[in-house]
Design a binder for this molecule. Sequence first.
Ligand SMILES: [Zn+2]
Ligand SMILES: [Zn+2]
Length: 608
Amino acid sequence: MSELERLRHSCAHVMATAILRLWPDAQFAYGPPVENGFYYDLECSHRITPEDFPKIEEEMRKEIRANHPFERIEVTREQALRDAQSGRLGALSERPGQPSKFKLDLLGQIPEGEPITYYRNGDFVDLCAGPHVLRTGNIGAFKLTSVAAAYYKGDEKGPQLQRIYGTAFKTKQELDAYFAMLEEAKQRDHRKLGAELGLYVMDPEYVGSGLPLWLPAGAVLCEELEKLAKETEFQAGYLRVKTPHLAREKMYRTSGHLPYYAESMFPPMELREDRPAAAGAPGAAAEADRYYLKAMNCPHHHRIFAAQPRSYRDLPLRLAEYGTCYRYEQSGELFGLMRVRSLNMNDAHIYCTEEQFAEEFNAVNQMYLKYFKIFGIERYVMRFSTHAPEGLGQKYVNEPELWKKTEDMVRRVLQDSGINYVEVPNEAAFYGPKIDVQVWSVIGREFTLATNQVDFAVPARFGLVYRDRDNTEKTPLCIHRAPLGTHERFIGFLIEHYAGNFPLWLAPEQVRVLTLGDDEPLVHYARQLVAELRAHFVRATGDFSANKLNGKIQDAERAKVHTMFVLGPRDLAAGQVSVRVHGRGHLGARPKAEAIADLLAAIRERRP
Ligand SMILES: [Zn+2]
Ligand SMILES: [Zn+2]
């Protein structure tokens, strides 16, 4: 448990203390720390609502001011059973006739021989393994946040409990910053801005849930990201391929997606096709054939590797595709662009020899860093998940040597390149170590962007081989990588990150030319300017109406147009434009050619 988790879990005990002061019949079940806070599940004759929070918080403050120590008490199982029977656990005192029923159940789950411990603060005694902060006064700042219904142990047949959520921080400043961040995140919510800026829509009735339709402005974002990826990958020696959106059942049996991943795939389509009769055989009967929408691009890429004889001279072979995948997420788990059923993935598979691995893997990491710089992502971490030897043969492919060798290589590359990473044992994928990339948006919210995997099992399952220098056949290693993740998730992230104020190169509408009035010579000048910009592939539009200039500027600001070229009679006479940038205001007048040249350079360099 981290320091902050310890603080938050201790705060859950304080909350329980307070609730018992107000409603002494409360029965407590589980109270763990969770991401961003804590909760405690309880059963109580009073239905707690957010209106009760100030009252509970007031009692909590009293307990914190009392600065009781969190005292650890080790007891025998007999003692614990007696205390649970008398209602003393998760309570301020004994409660005759009201045994601590959930604690009694939890006690039964503690294996024989394991120590049984209580934690006590003031009158409150709870069955708990800890750890806790030293005293209630160590809880710096807290707030109760919400209440929800929850089943005991998540079992729908079990008793229904009330789950009270809260959060706690070491200081008031940190708590305030957290809630300010949440408020800001609400303003930047990708679903809200996605609708306001016309980026995408969902059409569950006709298209289906979790299948976003990209509107023209959103399609611009997709295409700019693809352009970035294609240029970057071209320079890094990748080759582009294109593959269909579905494949036969055999493909996914071979890859192992079936049966293990079947729940995440759309159900199969059955096709009946007449097969040509083999020579001499009776006419083939129509036979059912199953096709699946692809949930990953790897198998198709593996078949491209297998399509031609490969030699060591062909390696490393880097096959790239913005591939569309389909995953059957449960409808309850769909969430805006963050959890969808169709995804456009910045995918590539690098087939290489063991000797080439470190260099290839390092190049992938460098590509991430390059992207982070372009998008102004300052905080990130790479979570490097490794295997555990005891899981070999079950949770992990049984290749102890290869595991050790690849993990050592990955670790060395991460260390040598000074990349910010943490190592997480026993969380690797079945067929090799993986790296999850987490990034934080400018307002400090965390997103899991993408996963890189090293794969030393699947190429063998597909029988992929190359002919080595010594003329023997060998199986290549495969690196799966997707630095820009999927369009859906990455654009969802970017919308929040930029609050919809995209940098010039990415902005759906890069320039709007505005006229002061609608006099013909001025409008003519403006039209020519728009045409000139568009000839340079700048996404430029014009607003030449007779409306007031201020109103036109406001419209453009509201639409988050990046740059405005404002034209008045003086600009026409001098062959200049007045430049205004969204969020930065007027930047002054400049000769037309100079303003255009500057604009093009900013786009070309993808300036932030
Ligand atoms: Zn505890
Ligand atoms: Zn893959």
